[in-house]
Design a binder for this molecule. Structure first.
Ligand SMILES: NC(=O)c1ccc[n+]([C@@H]2O[C@H](COP(=O)([O-])OP(=O)(O)OC[C@H]3O[C@@H](n4cnc5c(N)ncnc54)[C@H](O)[C@@H]3O)[C@@H](O)[C@H]2O)c1
Length: 289
């Protein structure tokens, strides 16, 4: 059987490597678009600056257009993945323009499914100058997105760009609002620092294993009729050894409205929507890693 092709952007990065691996394991032909080579070559990488629409078109053209039936979609993870590592405008421009260019090229080349990496940072708590608490818990897709930093703002703009392209061509664009992405080597340091419950407060102790992210990306590309949808993709549990009630009592006493029982180490980011729409299930739990 002929393999289906997918394009991964940012496939040389932390999460991207696991996404590339996952799709290869599921019998896809994977092309990685990144401006740097991966540490270990797993698939063909084309070095592209995704800020340049000409380069994006030219890189995608051989796999689309006439040969479109072979391209399942694009998983777009290339970005500067946090605030303040670069000047604000550099982060904003890179993340917003490279996403716009991917969607513009997909529209022009008849690629009709895209997955975007959005972030829980789009809610604005992580990089706020002054900490503010969520309006209610667990956070869900209806909670207002209130970023003041250019990274969180770039993710909000990208979700809106996705909606615009869906209106323009009908393409399906799923934006995952990802919790903190962990790879196998991430767990030990967090475990060693469990006692410092303050350190992961601003991400609401969220996490998601990169292997679970990869599976969700595949489910999103294999599903039809999702339109332009943003959904939280976070683990069922937290990355803390305390109970969630203890974390709230100690660090978030301002939050009065609890919309779920939050028993045990239940996550403060609701993943109900991704389960309902994609049938996604978590495989990699913090305490088992
Ligand atoms: N790491 C997290 O905890 C986290 C949490 C939420 C969302 N995200 C999002 O997930 C995605 C992946 O994050 P990551 O941690 O793997 O980041 P990463 O920095 O490890 O990987 C990003 C990759 O994108 C590439 N890239 C960036 N801009 C590019 C451009 N203009 N052209 C070509 N290549 C470019 C980089 O070379 C890199 O390989 C990002 O969109 C990030 O915002 C990450």
């Amino acid at each position: 059987m002929e393999k289906k092709t997918i394009i991964v952007t940012g496939g040389s990065g932390k999460a991207g490597v696991w996404i590339v691996k996952h799709f290869i394991e599921h019998n896809y032909e994977v092309i990685n678009l990144d401006w740097k080579l991966p540490a270990e070559p797993l698939c063909r990488t084309i070095i592209v600056d995704l800020n340049d629409l000409g380069q994006v078109h030219n890189a995608l053209a051989p796999f689309s257009g006439r040969n479109r039936s072979k391209v399942e979609g694009i998983v777009h993870f290339a970005a500067i993945p946090q605030a303040f590592t670069h000047p604000n405008d550099v982060c904003f421009r890179n993340n917003v323009m490279n996403t716009y260019n991917i969607l513009e090229a997909a529209a022009n080349l008849d690629i009709d499914k895209v997955v975007l990496a959005s972030s829980e940072s789009s809610y604005g708590i992580v990089f706020a100058g002054e900490f503010f608490a969520p309006h209610y818990l667990p956070l869900d897709e209806a909670h207002p997105q209130l970023p003041e930093d250019s990274y969180g703002l770039s993710k909000v703009v990208n979700e809106l760009t996705a909606e615009a392209f869906h209106r323009r061509t009908g393409m399906q664009v799923v934006s995952f609002r990802l919790g903190n992405i962990l790879v196998p080597e991430s767990y030990a340091a967090i475990r060693a620092n469990f006692a410092d419950t303050e350190s992961r407060k601003r991400i609401l102790w969220s996490y998601i294993d990169a292997r679970d992210v990869a599976a969700a990306c595949r489910l999103a590309l294999e599903k039809d009729g999702l339109g332009a949808r943003a959904m939280i993709l976070a683990a069922d549990d937290t990355s803390s050894d305390r109970t969630t009630k203890q974390l709230i009592e100690r660090h978030l006493p301002q939050v009065r409205e609890l919309r779920a029982p939050l028993e045990g180490r239940a996550s403060l980011l609701s993943n109900a929507l991704v389960k309902q729409l994609l049938g996604w299930k978590q495989q990699y739990y913090f305490m088992e890693q």
